[in-house]
Design a binder for this molecule. Sequence first.
Ligand SMILES: [Zn+2]
Length: 211
Amino acid sequence: MKKRGRNPNRGKLTSRASKVTADLKKPIPLRKLVQKYGVSKQALNQFIKARKIKRPFIPKPNHVTTCRLCRQITKAASKPGAEFLALPTVMKQVGCVFSKTKDRREFRDHLRRLKHAKIVSPLFGRIIGKHYEGAFQDYFKLRIPVTHIGRKHGIANLLSVIERYKRKGFKLPPPLFKYDGDARRARLRERRNAGKRAKVKLKSLADRFRP
Ligand SMILES: [Zn+2]
C-alpha cells in the first residue's frame, strides 16, 4: 500500500534532473543520494555516465572516528591526568589485556593512528611500569619527601625519574612537600652533636673503669 503524501517523483531521476545533477556535484556519498531519491545505486551511476557528471572527491570515512577501539582510546585519553596512567591501566580501560601480545599489538597500532592524527596526546600510554603510575599518583597527593614516595614504590631516585619525565614533556608540578633548608641543616647538626655526645659519654665511661 502506498503511503499518503508520498513524493510522487520518488524513484524518478529525469523529472528532477537539475536537482539530482546539483547534488551529484556536491561531496555527498552516493548511498545518501540513493536514500534521498529512492532510486538504485545503479540508476544513479547510469545517470552520472549519461550526463557526464564529474563527481567530486569524497574522502573515505576516517578510521579514527569509525573504529570502536579508537573511539574508546580517545575517550580514555581525554580524561584529566590520563597520561600519568601506566600502559596496563589504560589498556584495561578499553578492554585490552597487557599480558596478551595480540592485545598489546592491536592497542599500539590504533594508538599510533590516533597520535598521528593528533587526536591523542603523544604522552598518552608512554609510562610502562605500574610502580611509576603509583609513584606519580602519590607525588600529586602526598605532602611527604619525594625520596619517601620513591622508596614506597621501589624507585631508587624518584626525583631524577621526575626530571626525566619532565624532559619528555610531562607536566609535573613541584613537590607538595616543602624542603626547608634551615630545618634540614638543624636536623643534621643535631645528629652530628648527638654523635659527639655519645663519644664523650663513652670516653668518660672508659675513664671511670680504667684501672
Ligand atoms: Zn582504530
